[in-house]
Design a protein around this ligand. Sequence first.
Ligand code: AMP
Length: 189
Amino acid sequence: MKNIVIFGAPGSGKGTQSDKIVEKYGFKHISTGDVLRGEIKNGTELGKTAKGYIDNGQLIPDSLMIDILASVYDSFGAVEGVIFDGFPRTIPQAEALKQMLAERGTEVSVMLNLDVPEAELMDRLIKRGQISGRADDNEETIKKRLVVYQEQTSPLIEWYQNEGKHTHIQGSGELEKIFADICEAIDKV
Ligand code: AMP
């Protein structure tokens, strides 16, 4: 059982690379952003709460995210691997993930840190916004999301380094080369 955290700033390619991992390894994929967008689309109470945060480029409160994550994870049953995409985004979330997995007799296998220069992230997200139609892929909200990433999410790099789980992945350049580096890291654990 492999638990892979795919980590990086907004626009670093987590979703794209997760799809490729799913295709190659048959792992299950939890994208907390996709879960929240699904709730918004279905007009649930959770969706209504989440929308205000997402449209403003802010993070959903940790307690809410942790409950959502545990219920999605438990719905998977016995699988060979799970990819965590967009979670954890804060240190309390990383601690909660560690505890949740320990309670289930497992742990994070590796954290893949997709590293992309900030100017390129901005460029990619603006381009994505033109086709994704995502309400938060506009220049003003992107800027806020990148600040939130720097302040609240990037400290996780050091946190996972201390856990001995961090692997740096050069996230700019050719898609297949990035994927090959990811596969090498997954195959090692
Ligand atoms: P993403 O699709 O991963 O870029 O997430 C889009 C938005 O969903 C983020 O900007 C947050 O508002 C929210 N979100 C997704 N995952 C999390 C998380 N782990 N913790 C808090 N908010 C999240």
